[in-house]
Structures are given as structure tokens and as C-alpha cells.
Design a protein around this ligand. Structure first.
Ligand SMILES: Nc1nc2c(c(=O)[nH]1)N[C@H]1C(S)=C(S)[C@@H](COP(=O)(O)OP(=O)(O)OC[C@H]3O[C@@H](n4cnc5c(=O)[nH]c(N)nc54)[C@H](O)[C@@H]3O)O[C@H]1N2
Ligand SMILES: Nc1nc2c(c(=O)[nH]1)N[C@H]1C(S)=C(S)[C@@H](COP(=O)(O)OP(=O)(O)OC[C@H]3O[C@@H](n4cnc5c(=O)[nH]c(N)nc54)[C@H](O)[C@@H]3O)O[C@H]1N2
Ligand code: SF4
Ligand SMILES: [Mo]
Length: 737
């Protein structure tokens, strides 16, 4: 028996773990108590890694679909050869744009594989159009809003030394989004230190437990609420006039457009008290340090970009960006060295008007590239560019794409569907070929990606400390397994197809906001690339060489890299935009239409909202007997008043119906939920051609959505929150949760 130190890479929190290994198998995982930052923290997903790795449902051999719909194991090298033959035939007949790749959260354990998918499509010349990431049905409005507002190079105030913080539609205690290290303890400590935490959430979430003020809004109305915070801050002159004068423009436009959003107007729409709105805005503005940030609860509605833009404006108005002489919030360790001046990168338009609009809904071309909200239509819409082959890598679009039925129709219609996964996921069960991947403890990894996410906007998974860690592969895969790393998979496809791949390594920036562009590194095409070799390539030019990091097996806090922010450069004339025209138009629109979400009706008296389960990472964990053994479904949480109103008890099987579809679900009581809301997590359930199984498989909330009904006009993300639904009883108690 030995122990080894590694990283739990199920989610970007990257907790350091101590793994007990017996006979080449991991038998126990606990937090690395010597870690400087994490102090031994892990969550149930990390602690059950061994059960996940050796689950009976773990996929160990490539699967080929038989004509009768069943699957047979074939050698992985043969599967790759057959896939190449089919891809070449499809490309010869329909062009390279008929092949798409979609990457998802299963690659949190292996971000370089997602990059290799991108480099493969770059080699085919179709990256911009055909590389889909689930990030575009997550919080893409953060990147768009940041482009429109401008990006402050040294970053926002850090959570660790702030005295106020507003969380809107985010629940880091469960999601770890924004706070990577033991978020519950971090929040508790911050509040003890004197931080006033304000939480805006229709549910008294786990993160709201220590809140100074909890606003429990009607779902889908965050933009109106934040506009009213701005109204108070501007009308009571609580903003930082010097910072605004020096670093921003458009104040007068913003002031004019938020003027109608009085606390009374917002209170009426959002369903909270006007005095609480005033108190939240004043508490925020009167504090010295701290930010307002958003999460998926805000972005799954239709005005996520606007809400984010207003959040950026509120932080700018109150000067909540790190200044000259202070410590840079997101210091680089594995990212390259860049100068950090107290100044913004100028706003720009994140869409390109010179290029004809896309095939679907006439959406423009944006910095987000291909967007997952349109994937089903890209497959089903005939004409040049129709997708005929799809490679799903660590993604599960059969349950994660909004509009499950249409997504299934699209996936079923493909000439070739390949899934690279670790189990027969919903998507794998539709694929022609399934290629089994290594799991977390079998691959090397780093914390590189958590440094990079800061470029995608505020409150992403970015780390606030100059901390980094490398982990080698800790255990070999189970004996006789015939696995293939997805990065290798793409490299082999390219080699067999005669393509030259170039890695675009270690960029510091995204869109048109660059601190340092990527380094082009041609990849060797005459041999395999090892996983470790790829990590080295992708961290080219890092501030601390990966080789050096490998000498610190417990990870390291590089305090000496806590650089101080330099003064604004004399020739910098960039200013952050407070009054961007399209955002101001949208503000006027939501004032006129009373916001986003439709009010409850007799037909659909409840609004479905999103949440995350601590035991599952979207669909990852459903095949882990230790996690799924406790309960294997996603409960339909309802306030006790609503349970009583509809004559339903905890544990009953109910039908949830929307305008677009219906699902069966197990009802559960949640007294912390705003009445009138139904709160469920996602990526559960069976496929439309399989029987409903709400107790063993849970329920697919995406079936209640329609990607073509209401969507963002820039990036096509459909309404995924505040979805009007009704519920009816199907049958009595199934056991309860
Ligand atoms: N209705 C609704 N829909 C949603 C959301 C919602 O809240 N509500 N949330 C949206 C959001 S924010 C996101 S990001 C997407 C998520 O969308 P996806 O990323 O498509 O969903 P996941 O369930 O995370 O898919 C992960 C897949 O990777 C597999 N996997 C796990 N570990 C590994 C591994 O080591 N290697 C490989 N190759 N595969 C692995 C899992 O088995 C699973 O099939 O869903 C979106 N869809
Ligand atoms: N344990 C675990 N961690 C995860 C995941 C997981 O599945 N499990 N998924 C990962 C992924 S893909 C992502 S994108 C991140 C997301 O990370 P977060 O954005 O922090 O996601 P949630 O934890 O769902 O928190 C969203 C909160 O918004 C609230 N909410 C719902 N509707 C509204 C609304 O209209 N307005 C407001 N103000 N609040 C609303 C919900 O009640 C919920 O508490 O989490 C990641 N981390
Ligand atoms: S899944 Fe849990 S243990 Fe693993 S990195 Fe995320 S928070 Fe840490
Ligand atoms: Mo996500």
C-alpha cells in the first residue's frame, strides 16, 4: 500500500488529494492536509473517485453500434481506423464543414484534450464555425459584456480582502465557481472578518446561509434589479467620481437609462422590498472593497448579457478594480509573464458586421464562435455547411442541450456520431462509435486552465492566488482496458488524414483583449504525443516552467509572483464604456416590457429554475455506485406551500409540463425556495426513445425547453431558466429524498 498526491480534476476547483493505492488501484481519496491553500478540503465527488474508476459501468473498450442498435466491443485502433474512413468519405462528399466537435465538462479532467479538438479543426480550416463548446450555453454573456465594457487588466477586488460582496444567481458553496478552496469555509471566514455578504437568489441557497442580506427575487429579472441598484447609487451620488472620470466614459447615458428603474419599479417586478434594494445598493457602495458578480441563475435567462454589463458598470462606478500599487487579483504562474498596468483594455464590438449572418436564426458571427444553442439546427438544416458528423468529447449533448427532443432528433440523424466518454452516457447510447477515455487518476494534469478562465469574465473559476500544481498520472487504467486519450485521438485522426496540426499554446487573452497572443507550436506528426509532452507544449512561455512545478508535488503558492500593479501607461487612452448603445437599448426594452420572465399564469403557475447538486457534476457521477447509490435522480424541489397547493407530497412522482414538453420527476420539499418556483438540476434522465425512469435515472429538464422558441439574438442561447411550468400528481410516494 502506498499513498500519492494528485489533483482531483473532476471540476476546476482542482483540490489536491492524497490517494491510497493498493495493487495498482486507488482505494481511498482524501484531501491533502498539507496543501497550503486547501487545508485538506474535498467534496463527495472527489472522495468517491475510486468507486467511479472501478464502477461496473466504466467503459473499458471501444464500442461499435450494430445494425440492431446494440453495441459490440472492438479494438480501439480499429475503431479509430473505421472512424477515419467514414470521416474522409463524409468530408469528400460534403466538405470539411460537415464535421463538428463539441467539448464539455468531462474534459475538466483533461483540458488539453479540448485544445487538441480545436487544433484538429484548425488544421481542417473549420475551427471558427465547427468547434462547439458547452461554454456557449453556460454564461457566454460574461465574455460579450466584458467586450462591450472593456476589461480592467489587474482584475476586480479579490474576495479574500473585500468587505462587501454581492452574489447574484451564483451558489459557490456547491458549484465552487468563483471560490475554489473550500468555499463554505471561505465565506464563513469572510463574514467573521466583517464582510457583508448579499445574496440574490430565489432560494436561500447554501451560499446565503451567512448572508447579511438575502434578496429572494422572482426568477429571470436580475437585469431589472441590478439596474435599480445603479439607480440608487447614481441618484444618491454614492459612486467614485474620480475613478469614473479617469477611467470610464458614457456615465451620462447610463444615468439617463437607469433613471426609470427606481427601487419601487424594480420591487414591483422583481417581487422584493424596495427598502431591501436601497439597503443592498447603499451597503455595496459605502463599503471600501468588494464586487457584485453573477452566475448561471442570471445567465440562463434572456438578458444575461445585459445583467452582466450592468454588474460591470456597478463595479466600475464604485471603483472596484485593483489599482496601482495593489496586488494583481489573478497572478500568473503557468500563464506567461505580462505587464500589469492599472488600466483597461478598450471595449470592442464582439460581433462582426462584415460577415454574412449564420445559417441558423441569422445570428451574427461573434467572438464565441459556434454556439451550442444552435447545434441541433446546424445538424438538421439542409444546405451547404450542414453537419453530418459529430465528435462529442467529454460532453453529453443528449441531455445537456436545451430542447432535448430536437437534440435527439438531430443526433439520431447524423451519418456519424462519435462519443469519447468514460461510460455509456445518454449521448454514447446514440453514437455509432464510443471511445473509452482515461479517468482523473490515470492522467497527468495541472491547474493551468483555472488561471486562464479569468479572461472569460468576472467570477469564473479563476484563482485569486499565485498558486499552481502539477500531478502525474497516479494509477494505471484497469488491466486489459483499451483506452485512448481524446487528445491522442485527434492527433491520430490528423495523422491518418494527412493533416499538420499546430498547437496555439498558452494565450493570455481572448477575443480582441490580448495581454499576450498564443505561441504557435507545430506538433510532431510522425509519432504519438505523450500526455505529459502535451502539457509542456501547452504551457510554453509559462512564468514558472512546468519542470519547476513538478518539483513541488503538493502544489505551491508562489508568493514572490504576487506582483504589484504598475501605474497607467502615459500613452493609454482606453476607457471602460458605461453607456454602450446596444445595452442601453436593451435597458429601455426591459423597462417597457417589464423585464424578462413571463408572470405565472393559470396554465403554468410555476417557474422552473436551475441549481447544482453537490454529488454530481452535471451528469458526471451518475454511474458512480457510491454517489448514485444514495439517490440517483434530481429531485423536483418545491416550497411546502406549493406542495400543499397542488396536493403533492415529498417523494410523489409528478408530471412537469411546459409549453415545449413534459417530464416525470420525484417531488421534494424545500422550504428555502421562493414560492412559485420549481428548482431542479440538469443533465439527468433518459433519452426520448427510452422509457421514463424518474427514480433511477432522474429527469431531463432540457426537455422542457425549446432552443428555437426564445433565444439570445447574438449567441442563440435559449431560455434555460424561469421556464413556465405546471405540475400534476402521477403517483404516490417513491421514497423521498
Ligand atoms: N436544462 C439545463 N440544461 C443545461 C444546464 C442547466 O442548468 N439546465 N446547464 C448548462 C451548462 S452550464 C453546461 S456547462 C452544460 C454541460 O453540458 P455537458 O458538458 O455536455 O454535460 P456533462 O454532463 O458535464 O457531460 C460530461 C460528459 O463527460 C463524461 N465524462 C466524465 N468524465 C470524463 C473523462 O474523464 N473523460 C471523458 N472523455 N469524458 C468524461 C460524462 O460521462 C458525461 O457524459 O449543460 C448545460 N445545459
Ligand atoms: N457540485 C457541482 N458543481 C458544479 C456543477 C455541478 O453540476 N455540480 N456544474 C458546474 C457548471 S457546468 C457550472 S456552469 C457552474 C455554475 O455555477 P453557479 O452559477 O454558481 O451555479 P448554481 O450552483 O446552480 O447556482 C445558481 C443559483 O442561481 C439561483 N437562481 C436560479 N434562477 C435565478 C434567477 O433568475 N436569478 C437569480 N438571482 N438567481 C437564480 C439558483 O437558485 C442557484 O442557487 O457550476 C459548476 N460546478
Ligand atoms: S469535484 Fe470536489 S474534490 Fe474534486 S476538485 Fe471539485 S470540489 Fe474538489
Ligand atoms: Mo456550465
Amino acid at each position: 500500500m502506498t499513498t500519492a498526491i494528485g489533483i482531483c480534476k473532476i471540476c476546476p476547483a482542482c483540490c489536491p488529494i492524497e490517494v491510497t493505492i493498493e495493487n495498482n488501484r486507488a482505494t481511498k481519496v482524501r484531501g491533502d492536509r498539507t496543501s497550503q491553500l486547501y487545508n485538506g478540503y474535498t467534496c463527495p465527488k472527489g472522495r468517491t473517485l475510486p468507486e467511479g474508476h472501478y464502477a461496473p459501468e466504466r467503459l473499458l473498450h471501444s464500442q461499435r453500434r450494430r445494425p440492431d442498435g446494440g453495441y459490440e466491443s472492438i479494438p480501439t485502433h480499429q475503431a479509430v481506423d473505421e472512424i477515419v474512413d467514414k470521416l474522409q468519405a463524409i468530408i469528400a462528399a460534403h466538405g470539411p464543414e460537415s464535421l463538428a466537435v463539441i467539448v464539455g465538462n468531462g474534459l475538466a479532467s483533461n483540458p488539453p484534450a479540448a485544445s487538441m479538438g480545436a487544433f484538429f479543426l484548425s488544421a481542417l480550416g473549420t475551427f471558427d464555425e465547427r468547434f462547439f463548446s458547452v461554454g456557449t450555453i453556460d454564461q457566454p454573456g460574461k465574455l460579450i459584456a466584458q467586450a462591450l465594457h472593456g476589461r480592467w487588466i489587474p482584475g476586480p477586488h479579490a474576495f479574500r480582502d473585500s468587505d462587501v460582496w454581492i452574489l447574484v444567481g451564483a451558489n459557490p458553496v456547491i458549484s465552487k465557481m468563483g471560490l475554489e478552496q473550500n468555499p463554505a469555509q471561505t465565506i464563513k471566514d469572510a463574514v467573521k472578518r466583517g464582510m457583508k455578504l448579499i445574496v440574490v437568489d430565489p432560494r436561500a441557497s447554501e451560499s446565503a446561509t451567512h448572508a447579511f442580506l438575502h434578496l429572494q427575487p422572482q426568477p429571470g429579472q436580475d437585469a431589472t434589479l441590478i439596474a435599480s441598484f445603479l439607480n440608487v447609487i447614481i441618484s444618491e451620488k454614492l459612486y467614485d467620481q474620480t475613478f469614473v472620470a479617469d477611467n470610464a466614459e458614457g456615465f451620462d447615458q447610463l444615468a439617463r437609462h437607469v433613471a426609470p428603474f427606481t427601487p419601487e419599479h424594480a420591487a414591483d417586478i422583481v417581487g422584493v422590498c424596495a427598502d431591501d434594494i436601497r439597503q443592498a445598493a447603499r451597503t455595496f457602495a459605502n463599503a471600501e472593497r468588494g464586487c457584485i458578480v453573477t452566475g448561471t441563475g442570471t445567465h440562463f435567462g434572456l438578458h444575461g448579457t445585459l445583467a452582466e454589463y450592468l454588474v460591470l458598470c456597478m463595479n466600475t462606478l464604485c471603483g472596484r478594480w485593483v489599482r496601482e500599487g495593489e496586488t494583481n487579483t489573478h497572478p500568473h504562474v503557468l500563464l506567461p509573464e505580462v505587464p500589469v498596468h492599472a488600466q483597461p483594455l478598450a471595449p470592442y464590438k464582439p460581433w462582426d458586421e462584415t460577415i454574412p449572418n449564420g445559417r441558423i436564426h441569422g445570428l451574427p458571427k461573434t467572438i464565441l464562435g459556434a454556439t451550442a444553442g444552435t447545434l441541433a439546427e446546424e445538424i438538421l438544416t439542409p444546405g451547404k455547411g450542414q453537419i453530418r458528423a459529430l465528435i462529442c468529447v467529454g460532453s453529453n449533448p443528449a441531455v445537456s442541450l436545451p430542447g432535448q427532443k430536437r437534440a435527439a432528433e438531430a443526433l439520431d440523424s447524423l451519418d456519424l456520431l462519435v462519443s469519447l466518454d468514460v461510460s455509456m452516457s445518454n449521448t454514447a447510447r446514440k453514437a455509432h462509435y464510443v471511445i473509452p477515455d482515461y479517468m482523473v487518476l490515470e492522467t497527468p494534469g495541472t491547474t493551468h486552465y483555472t488561471e486562464y478562465t479569468k479572461y472569460y469574465g468576472l467570477w469564473t473559476h479563476a484563482n485569486e492566488f499565485p498558486y499552481a500544481m502539477y500531478s502525474p498520472a497516479l494509477v494505471p487504467p484497469p488491466a486489459n482496458a483499451d483506452l485512448l486519450d481524446p487528445g491522442q485521438f485527434f492527433h491520430r485522426l490528423a495523422r491518418k488524414m494527412g493533416l499538420n496540426m499546430v498547437a496555439y499554446a498558452n494565450p493570455a487573452g481572448v477575443g480582441q483583449h490580448w495581454e499576450k497572443p498564443p505561441v504557435a507550436v507545430p506538433l510532431p506528426m510522425d509519432r504519438d504525443i505523450g500526455a505529459d509532452e502535451l502539457l509542456d507544449i501547452l504551457t510554453t512561455g509559462s512564468r514558472v516552467p512546468l519542470e519547476e512545478l513538478r518539483r513541488h508535488p503538493h502544489g505551491k503558492l508562489f508568493d514572490e509572483l504576487n506582483d504589484l500593479v504598475l501605474p497607467r501607461q502615459a500613452d493609454c487612452d482606453a476607457r471602460m464604456a458605461l453607456g454602450e448603445a446596444s445595452m442601453m437599448d436593451e435597458l429601455d426594452l426591459i423597462f417597457a416590457t417589464r423585464g424578462d420572465a413571463p408572470p405565472p399564469t393559470d396554465e403554468f403557475p410555476l417557474l422552473l429554475i436551475t441549481r447544482r447538486s453537490n454529488d454530481f457534476y452535471n451528469s458526471t457521477g451518475r454511474h458512480n455506485p457510491k454517489l448514485g447509490g444514495k439517490y440517483s435522480y434530481n429531485p423536483a424541489y418545491l416550497n411546502p406551500d406549493d406542495l400543499a397547493r397542488f396536493g403533492i407530497s415529498s417523494g410523489d412522482i409528478i408530471r412537469v409540463q411546459s409549453l415545449h414538453g413534459d417530464i416525470q420527476a420525484v417531488a421534494a420539499r424545500d422550504a428555502r425556495l421562493r414560492p412559485g418556483t420549481l428548482s431542479m438540476s440538469h443533465c439527468f434522465g433518459t433519452n426520448p426513445d427510452e422509457a421514463d425512469d424518474p427514480i433511477n435515472q432522474g429527469s431531463c429538464t432540457s426537455a422542457l425547453m425549446d432552443a428555437n422558441a426564445e433565444f439570445d439574438p447574438l449567441f442563440g442561447q435559449p431560455r434555460m431558466n424561469a421556464v413556465p411550468v405546471s405540475i400534476t400528481l402521477i403517483s404516490g410516494s417513491a421514497g423521498g429524498h
